[in-house]
Design a protein. Structure first.
Length: 411
């Protein structure tokens, strides 16, 4: 088999796995007949097919340098598919072993003591009496976007993110998206990429949205996040190069480490802190009916909260590995991630559904940030945009980025 043959077989394997888990195929923009012809095979048969393709991929001759990354990435994707089939068949891995098998990455091991100093720092910033979670919840109420203003605020945020991205990344004139507001989901927002440069972006309104989330979600789900990533993959790798393995996106795969990490890091690239603060104070805060003079302190608080992002990984690892029960996991999220009880319960539902996927947001962001900023070599924001665009068009897994970071450091 050639690399192209294996790529086609891989796509059909992923589609077949999707017959067992309807959330596995996050996006597909390949030939319609491949999807229509997909039959439901036993997990044992799918596992056998994954093993066959992995062996075929490993036996391929060493490719030309420009194809080596493609072949390596496909092999990692195949290995991940195999691991997910085994998971569906009942194989249980620890949290760290699962994340390594599915996402090519392992989150750092942290304990509650690692977050105590951050909680103490936040304690000094927040007014009022009572425990930290209660005070933060009360503080955040002043920054909730009223329901009748949500669409105006989110539309302004995503239009600005789109305009900023267009200044640095050439986007097809036909690219577009639609926003829907939904309820009863385990996520806060989701991009459903439909192909042909079009996305459906859904925003969950189970809870009030804080003002900071408008730019975060607009950038993460849209520009330069998931929408841009997917259309660049479709345009460059599938349509231009004919690399068909990229016409399907299995959610639980190394691709998600890059997708989530770049979408989170892209927020900062599109909206450097000083520029973001100006835009928020001049546009978004007034649209939301929130006093702009509160913005500086609010973002001081958000910056400290960001340091707690790995607390969710810590709780997920302990809960999924059976070290703590449901009630203890909610309590730990409330204490160390500082979400209220309702949001912590929703977050635990996400962990139960998506398991070690949680590492892709924070570890993914930190890995992408280190990679981009090291290769940008202090070249300023334009250089960061250039490296980020190249990474989106030429995907690398976690270990691939780490290898290049190490090589760059030695030069």
């Amino acid at each position: 088999m050639t690399l192209n043959d294996i790529a086609v077989a891989y796509v059909k394997l992923v589609l077949a796995v999707g017959q067992h888990d309807n959330g596995y195929v996050d996006a597909y923009y390949g030939p319609a007949e491949w999807q229509a012809e997909t039959a439901k095979h036993s997990l044992a048969a799918l596992l056998q097919e994954a093993d066959r393709l992995l062996q075929q991929c490993r036996q391929l001759p060493s490719p030309a340098p420009q194809l080596a990354v493609r072949q390596d990435f496909l092999q990692l994707q195949l290995s991940s598919v195999r691991s997910y089939i085994a998971h569906l068949a009942g194989e249980h891995l620890t949290f760290n072993a699962e994340s390594a098998a599915l996402y090519d990455a392992v989150s750092p091991t942290l304990t509650p003591a690692d977050f105590d100093l951050i909680l103490a720092e936040l304690d000094q910033l927040l007014p009022g009496q009572g425990d930290l979670n209660t005070r933060l919840t009360a503080y955040h109420r002043d920054f909730e976007i009223p329901v009748d203003r949500l669409d105006a605020v989110f539309t302004a945020a995503i239009n600005e993110a789109r305009a900023r991205t267009r200044q640095h990344i050439e986007l097809p004139p036909e690219e577009d998206f639609r926003v829907e507001y939904v309820k009863d989901q385990v996520w806060s927002a989701y991009n459903w990429y439909k192909g042909n440069c079009y996305s459906l972006i859904q925003v969950n309104t189970d809870f009030p949205m804080y003002i900071s989330r408008a730019i975060d979600l607009a950038s993460h789900e849209g520009y330069p996040g998931h929408h841009v990533f997917n259309l660049l993959i479709e345009k460059r790798l599938v349509n231009d190069y004919g690399w068909m393995e990229y016409c399907v996106y299995p959610l639980y795969s190394p691709m998600s480490f890059l997708a989530e990490g770049s979408a989170n890091y892209g927020i900062e690239v599109a909206f450097p802190h000083a520029q973001r603060l100006v835009f928020e104070k001049e546009i978004l805060f007034p649209l939301a009916g929130i006093a702009p003079e509160k913005a500086e302190r609010y973002y001081q608080v958000q910056a400290v909260l960001q340091k707690l992002s790995y607390a969710g990984n810590m709780v997920a690892q302990r809960y999924l590995d059976g070290e703590i029960d449901h009630a203890a996991a909610v309590a730990m999220l409330m204490k160390y991630a500082l979400s209220d009880e309702a949001r912590s319960t929703q977050r635990l539902r996400f962990i139960e559904r998506h398991r070690s996927y949680v590492i892709n947001y924070n570890l993914g962001q930190d890995t992408v940030q280190t990679y981009v900023e090291q290769l940008a070599d202090n070249g300023g924001n334009e250089a960061r945009w250039n490296v980020l665009r190249n990474l989106l068009e030429h995907p690398l897994s976690a270990s691939m980025m780490q290898q290049r970071i190490a090589a760059q450091a030695q030069e």
